[in-house]
Design a protein around this ligand. Structure first.
Ligand SMILES: [Zn+2]
Ligand SMILES: [Zn+2]
Length: 383
């Protein structure tokens, strides 16, 4: 499975709408924090430093950022999601990212020192996963697909507060809204404190006296949504598309999660594909191979004409430039490779047989008998 890749905005701890100046500021801050010179021998700082640089490289480039916003990592990394046979989707598994380390500090949520995170800190919504199957040609040229997802959305009746109209939640008097309470143990010099979730508010920090009737106080409702997905030209089997903010609703004003769509591509009955290259086997007759011929070759753009030279050997491969799959990054197209296969006739009319015997005679081949039986008999006699 591909290595887990984090969302670039999360890496830099900025919102999706961050300006160039905000990006630069966040990047400078993090690059300084994780710089290898300041963290000698610290492998995790080194990894973070690389991650920060990679994220900034993409997000600081207008074009790359736009592609990333639309397609996620698949939009900026041609190898992304192609990680090994049958797999690839694993690279997008962002479900268990510890948001505390970036979002927590960014939004001012308390963490560290064994303290519980602030229950009212903004939290990102759940990441949803689904899949879609498309044809070989749809993958080559891109397509639009409508998919249906069931996701949690912020309740429209109470705008996510969970409270009935005209009412508000009370700050929990036991934990004063922190969601956790301090318990002191021991005494004198041996006093130590631990924290536990507040039982009165179940760790939410607030008490809803009159819950919203539509969401029963949860602040979110399940909705079936039809979403049109634009699948980029050049996508490969096993790659995934990430739709920003189309996942579950965020909590406490946090951003919505992403919707991850893994793409399966049905094989073609004519073409085989490897990356942006397309492979085709073209059958030709013996006479075409000997005399040369104008062949009609199928490509993903339709038929093209190709002049096969005289004396072409079976197994010869020629290249049709730019007739392959478009690069998912929009950088040109691959080529099509056509391999010549010789088709040998399995039955002949007597007229054809005569003509071939005459040809064999002209070539100086000894063919008293013709056909496969004669051929083997001849070989036996030689022994
Ligand atoms: Zn509600
Ligand atoms: Zn409480």
């Amino acid at each position: 499975m591909a290595e887990q890749k984090r969302d670039y905005y999360e890496v830099l701890g900025v919102s999706r709408g961050a300006s160039d100046a905000e990006l630069k500021k966040a990047y400078r801050h993090l690059a300084k924090q994780y710089h290898p010179d300041l963290n000698p021998g610290d492998k995790s700082a080194e990894a973070r430093f690389k991650e920060v640089n990679e994220a900034y490289e993409v997000l600081s480039d207008k074009e790359k950022r736009a592609r990333y916003d639309q397609y996620g990592h698949a939009g900026v990394d041609p190898n992304f999601g192609a990680g090994g046979p049958g797999g690839g989707f694993g690279g997008f598994d962002m479900g268990d990212i510890d948001l505390g380390d970036i979002f927590g500090s960014f939004f001012g949520g308390g963490f560290g020192g064994g303290q519980r995170a602030n229950p009212n800190a903004p939290r990102r919504g759940e990441t949803l996963r689904t899949s879609v199957t498309i044809s070989f040609e749809e993958a080559a040229f891109g397509c639009e697909k409508e998919i249906t997802v069931s996701r949690s959305e912020s309740c429209g009746t109470c705008h996510g507060s969970g409270c009935a109209a005209g009412t508000t939640a009370e700050v929990c008097p036991d934990c004063h809204g922190t969601g956790s309470i301090r318990i002191q143990r021991g005494g004198g010099a041996f006093t130590f404190a631990t924290t536990a979730p507040c039982t009165r508010c179940q760790g939410t920090g607030k008490i809803i006296h009159q819950p919203c009737p539509d969401c029963k106080g949860s602040g979110s409702v399940r909705k079936q949504r039809k979403i049109t997905v634009s699948i980029p030209a050049g996508i490969d089997d096993g790659q995934a598309i990430s739709l920003r903010g189309q996942g579950g609703a965020g909590k406490n004003g946090g951003p919505a999660g992403d919707l991850l769509i893994s793409v399966s591509v049905r094989p073609s009955d004519k073409f085989r594909r490897d990356g942006t290259a397309v492979y085709l086997e073209q059958p030709v007759t013996f006479t075409q191979a000997v005399l040369g011929a104008k062949l009609i070759i199928p490509t993903i753009d339709g038929n093209v004409e190709y002049t096969m030279p005289e004396g072409t050997q079976p197994g010869t491969t020629f290249r049709l430039r730019g007739k392959g799959i478009p690069s998912i990054n929009g950088r040109g197209r691959g080529d099509q490779f056509v391999t010549i296969r010789l088709q040998v006739p399995t039955s002949l009319t007597s007229e054809q047989r005569e003509a071939l015997n005459a040809y064999a005679a002209a070539m100086g081949e000894r063919v008293e008998e013709s056909g496969i039986k004669g051929f083997f008999d001849k070989r036996k006699k030689k022994k």
